[in-house]
Design a protein. Structure first.
Length: 381
């Protein structure tokens, strides 16, 4: 019998342009030229499989309809996983029957992938080397330093600077939602109770309880400005050293929607959404670091342990040994107490990190933190 599927004998490598066209049409957007090489590389992972256009169309429709992502590369990675799984299952059935029986499996696989994606949170790479104050401070402005980098964190008006674990977790949550949904406006729940649970804390309505602290730090973050200065140097052919200095100022979010309700003379403030600043949103899309949600939540009682975890995560995949003097770390971590006390607390923090991340290959030797090449704390594709 003649094969009615004209593409069955061809591999994905021959079909990739049609794949790009189909994906572009379903997303109602052009795929950037710079992304095509990465998409082609992903499709090469199923280059040996036969082509079934109807199945390709079906899987892409399911992925996009379930809102896993609007990112062409993320969708293509998900497609490759599902297409390979499908093509390796029950090849004796006709395509129509395969599609009908496989719909539920596709849906379950997408749901599982979405849950796994949410178990990975993201942080802006610059916030993996420059940190908020770990404890309350009366200062209206602080500066943290990293080689060739300075971050100045300033409060606006009469606001105080955010500090401690809560604003760190909030930033990671907002960064993650922006990275995955590719939307600047982030819904944070109908009530503060909902948002507190989303970021991994237990809601508490008592005075100065968790709910009040989260609201306070949302307000402080809203009224905080970050100024990042960094430089790059190069030598020209005539031996001249040329230094390019970058300067960038931004807020985390520049709009928030909230309302208050009064019941029994008790004012309840309820947040509904925040809109990230365009600069911060674009930076998250371009420069984000994947982190383990489980580890973040387990370390949330210790700002120093949180900072150490994200810093090691960012610096551990360079393929070389990195040594950082404790004095330099103190400048990065916004520490204003004695070095001997910092070393004690850093040692305790590293123990906490290693408990949750056994592969963490970092040690403190004398007055230096040494980071060896380390397996990441989250799976990488």
């Amino acid at each position: 019998m003649k094969n009615t599927n004209a593409h069955d004998g061809r591999g994905m490598r021959d079909y990739k342009n049609k794949f790009f066209q189909t994906l572009s049409e379903k997303l109602s957007q052009e795929i950037p030229e710079v992304s095509l090489a990465a998409l082609s590389l992903e499709l090469s992972k199923v280059s040996e499989l036969k082509i079934q256009p109807q199945l390709i169309d079906k899987i892409l429709s399911e992925i996009i309809a379930n809102g896993v992502s609007k990112n062409p590369l993320t969708i293509t990675k998900e497609f490759v996983t599902l297409y390979r799984t499908y093509m390796h299952s029950e090849p004796h059935k006709t395509p129509d029957k395969q599609l009908k029986n496989y719909e539920k499996e596709i849906e379950l696989a997408i749901q599982m992938s979405e849950r796994q994606e949410r178990e990975i949170w993201y942080n802006y790479s610059t916030f993996c080397t420059h940190f908020l104050p770990p404890s309350p401070t009366d200062k209206k402005e602080i500066s943290t330093t990293y080689p060739n980098n300075v971050m100045t964190i300033s409060s606006i008006g009469d606001a105080m600077l955010p500090y401690g674990s809560i604003p760190r977790i909030i930033i990671c949550y907002l960064s993650t939602e922006a990275k995955i949904t590719r939307e600047r406006t982030i819904p944070i729940g109908k009530t503060i109770h909902d948002f507190v649970k989303k970021i991994g804390y237990t809601p508490s309505y008592i005075a100065n309880g968790t709910n009040e602290q989260v609201l306070e730090h949302l307000e402080r973050l809203y009224r905080t400005e970050f100024s990042h200065d960094y430089s790059e140097s190069r030598y020209l052919e005539d031996g001249t050293k040329e230094t390019l200095r970058h300067q960038k100022s931004f807020k985390i979010f520049d709009e928030k929607l909230s309302f208050e309700s009064v019941k029994d003379n008790i004012v309840q403030q309820q947040m509904t959404s925040v809109t990230l600043s365009e600069t911060f949103f674009n930076e998250i899309q371009a420069h984000s670091v994947p982190l383990s949600l489980e580890i973040l939540k387990s370390l949330k009682r210790s700002p120093l342990a949180l900072d150490l975890y994200v810093f090691i995560s960012y610096r551990s995949n360079t393929g070389r040994v990195i040594g950082i003097k404790l004095n330099d770390l103190m400048n990065q971590f916004a520490i204003d107490y004695e070095k001997w006390r910092f070393k004690q607390r850093l040692t305790t923090a590293l123990t906490l990190v290693k408990k949750m991340w056994p592969d963490c290959n970092a040690i403190i030797k004398e007055n230096t933190l040494i980071i060896h090449n380390t397996l990441p704390s989250v799976p990488t594709s």
